[in-house]
Write a protein that binds this ligand. Structure first.
Ligand code: UDP
Ligand code: MG
Length: 330
């Protein structure tokens, strides 16, 4: 069934950044699943500043099938923001974000919907096996989930990506979270509601290259930890306190030593070690404060999260009422 405006039951949201080689195959598989499900649906495609023909292909598909709706952003804003733009434009009672490269098998949508109909508000698709990933990526992923699990109060589920089902209630809750550092894994965990997960094997990419590299992943991990934990900021009080206690003990020792043995002039080694060590510790502390401060700066600027270049297939265009909503350019 195609979407009718009055009531869309399911919105599938897909972010696209240079994915022209995946589009046809993606729609083919999506439609074969969606048409089986016997519900009204829309597919919201967000073009995240692609430089190839992704946008033209999407518009062609939209002209053939009005259930495909296209939002194009004014430049590349990154996957998390593209997803937010798509979710903001969705109308479905349930929303499913899915990657364009077919790493998340569309066939799972049926299982996600079944769980939703049982009454769950968030249904995670949890990765069973990471077929595509190197041992280094698996190891770093494990270290990341371990660290964030220890540092944060929010229980962030391991090995889930953005492929999941969200009930409208959850989407409504997300819209009330104005933060710019959008670590979605954490945000979804933070909102709560009734959650469950299903297991799946994540597939290798169908075509094209991943846009991630280790530097981006490292920054993504930092974003995650810093948005959901203040421990890196607070730890410096304790480091400073311990060093002060140590310095006091050492000073006591030196005073007693000087009283008993007398003044010994050579002290270059111990001095330089202490100076360098303290300098290093202070710089680390400053750096961490800087990481938080940089994010505070991002937040206080209050810029819109994304800008829309064009819409295709939306009769009702979003107004720019809150700081997070889009500003239509035309
Ligand atoms: N993506 C995007 N903007 C970006 C980078 C990626 O919209 O700046 C989309 C991309 O087209 C794909 C999804 O996000 O649909 C996942 O990207 P990718 O496959 O590169 O990430 P990975 O699967 O390696 O995590
Ligand atoms: Mg991928």
């Amino acid at each position: 069934m195609e979407s009718t405006l009055e009531s869309v039951e399911l919105s599938v949201v897909v972010p696209f950044h240079n994915e022209e080689s995946n589009i046809d195959h993606l729609f083919e598989r999506l439609f074969s699943v969606l048409n089986r499900l016997n519900l009204t649906y829309e597919i919201i495609c967000v073009d995240d500043g692609s430089q190839d023909n992704t946008l033209q292909y999407l518009i062609t598909h939209h002209q053939r099938n009005p259930a495909i709706k296209v939002v194009s952003l004014s430049r590349n804003f990154g996957k998390e923001v593209a997803l937010t733009a798509g979710i903001d434009h969705s109308q479905g009672k349930a929303v499913i974000p899915i990657d364009a490269d077919l790493q998340d098998p569309p066939e799972l949508i049926e299982e996600l919907i079944n769980k939703w109909r049982e009454g769950y508000d968030i249904v995670y698709a949890k990765r069973h096996l990471r077929l595509d990933d190197s041992w280094l990526k698996r190891l770093t992923a494990k270290a990341f989930y371990y660290t964030i699990g220890k540092l944060s109060h929010v229980d962030i589920p391991a090995n889930v990506g953005d492929f999941r089902l969200l009930d409208r209630r959850v989407v409504q809750a997300l819209k009330q979270m104005p933060e710019r550092t959008r670590f979605m894994k954490g945000v979804f965990a933070w909102v709560g509601f009734k959650q469950c997960s299903i297991l799946y094997d994540r597939q290798p990419r169908y075509q094209g290259q991943t846009k991630w590299n280790y530097w981006k992943l490292w920054n993504f991990a930092l974003d995650g930890i810093i948005s959901f934990s203040n421990i890196p900021l607070k730890i410096w009080t304790y480091v400073g306190f311990s060093l002060a206690v140590f310095a006091f003990l050492y000073a006591t020792f030196l005073i007693i030593f000087t009283l008993i043995v007398g003044i010994i002039v050579p002290g270059y080694m111990s001095l330089i070690v202490v100076v360098l060590f303290l300098g290093g510790v202070q710089l680390i502390g400053l750096g961490i404060i800087g990481e938080y401060l940089g994010r505070v700066h991002e937040e206080v600027k209050q810029r819109p999260l994304y800008l829309i270049q064009d819409h295709h297939g939306f009769t009702k265009v979003l107004k720019s009422k809150s700081i997070r909503t889009s500003i239509p350019m035309r």
